[in-house]
Ligand binder design. Structure first.
Ligand SMILES: NC(=O)c1ccc[n+]([C@@H]2O[C@H](COP(=O)([O-])OP(=O)(O)OC[C@H]3O[C@@H](n4cnc5c(N)ncnc54)[C@H](O)[C@@H]3O)[C@@H](O)[C@H]2O)c1
Ligand SMILES: [Zn+2]
Length: 347
């Protein structure tokens, strides 16, 4: 598959300006939410030629067909033709939805991802997956399509809340655990506020790119990116249904990585000592979410819903060692419950 250019830059405005100099778009739209309009748009505004600002409300609740309709409407009203560009300035919600709208508008116009959260920089902007949620199902409607460019600038992270930053960090931890034991040794010795984003973000992107290139449509090896996500997603959906117990994606995945690390040790794959380093670091950064026995009973079956399952079997990624993942490892509901018990400290 053709490789999209990812520009790691200290100055998003300058990179964008240079990139646009070589192009001749008839219309340009910039998609923002109210947060990125306030914190990020001022950083690139002057670098942009004449454009239409399309602002939507922030939040996962907005990632749906209704909002797409508003976006398509704005493009239509602005007489955007096939030779137009959409610049997605925001987190994963803006990137996934803005990309989907661009990919389907008049059978597809160019779009640029300008990710502004840590999660979208190291995860959502790479891999070409676009889409929106539908009737309670996450990312249910969507397409694969590569952006014309991805411009990654850690300067945007300065206004991000500590909690959002920490949530995105879980994907960096994941990338190290599945692909780079050396980097894992480095990050686990630093606190969250000592992490070097300028080094870690491009590093994480490279890992994801390498995996995606080998398996662009997720038939096999790309599943390694799912480490921590089989049990993590189940925890996330369970908490999502409980209004008072909010857990961000990365917080759930952090718990999922401990649980799936535990199952790796149970199968005599991962050395116990390595699990201890994972546990120690993740608890130190994320603390421990309270999951009661009753919660565990409800969480385990939710893992059956995972889009990546086949024929009703639950499969997950286990580790043979830090940096050495194994895909398609079958696990049972009982395994999940036991792993959650381990996470809570009962095993
Ligand atoms: N396409 C993929 O491969 C992929 C991968 C992972 C996640 N995702 C998707 O990404 C979404 C989650 O992404 P997210 O965590 O970035 O969520 P998000 O886009 O909702 O952003 C989180 C919050 O941060 C705010 N924000 C964004 N940038 C900011 C900045 N620089 N300063 C201050 N506030 C800022 C946003 O307004 C929002 O309130 C989910 O919908 C998920 O499905 C997609
Ligand atoms: Zn994730």
């Amino acid at each position: 598959m053709e490789h999209t250019s990812v520009y790691n830059t200290a100055d998003a405005a300058l990179t964008l300006q240079e990139w646009l100099q070589h192009k001749d778009y008839s219309r340009i739209a910039v998609l923002v939410d109210e947060q990125t309009r306030k914190h990020c748009y001022p950083l690139i505004q002057t670098a942009l030629p004449k454009h239409t600002l399309v602002a939507i409300k922030s939040g996962e609740e907005q990632k749906n067909m209704g909002t797409c309709q508003v976006i398509w409407q704005k493009l239509t009203e602005g007489q955007f033709d096939r030779n137009s560009l959409v610049i997605n300035l925001g987190g994963g919600v803006i990137g996934d939805m803005g990309g989907f709208c661009a990919a389907t508008y008049k059978r597809g116009i160019d779009f640029i991802q300008l990710p502004t959260t840590l999660l979208s920089q190291v995860d959502a902007s790479v891999g070409g997956k676009l889409g929106v949620d539908f009737e309670g199902f996450k990312n249910h409607i969507g397409v694969f399509r590569e952006p014309a460019a991805v411009i990654v600038a850690t300067q945007f992270l300065q206004t991000l809340s500590m909690r959002e930053l920490r949530s995105g960090f879980a994907e960096i931890i994941k990338h190290c655990l599945i692909a780079d034991a050396q980097m894992w040794e480095k990050i686990r010795k630093r606190d969250l506020d000592q992490q070097k984003w300028d080094e870690l973000v491009p590093h994480s992107i490279k890992i994801k790119q390498r995996v995606v290139e080998q398996d662009p449509t997720e038939k096999g090896w790309r599943k390694v990116l799912n480490f921590g996500h089989t049990i993590g997603h189940a925890i996330e959906s369970y908490f999502l249904a409980q209004p008072k117990r909010k857990l961000l994606h990365g917080e759930a995945i952090a718990a999922g990585m401990i649980a799936e690390g535990y199952l790796s040790v149970q199968r005599n794959l991962l050395p116990e000592k390595q699990l201890h380093t994972i546990e120690e670091f993740i608890y130190s950064v994320y603390g421990k979410a309270t999951i009661t026995n009753e919660d565990m009973e409800a969480i385990a079956p939710l893992a059956l819903q995972d889009k990546k399952n086949q024929k009703g079997k639950i499969r997950c990624v286990l580790l043979e060692a830090v940096g050495q993942p194994l895909v398609d490892q079958e696990i049972s509901l009982r395994d999940i419950k036991e792993a959650l018990q381990f996470y809570q400290g009962a095993v």
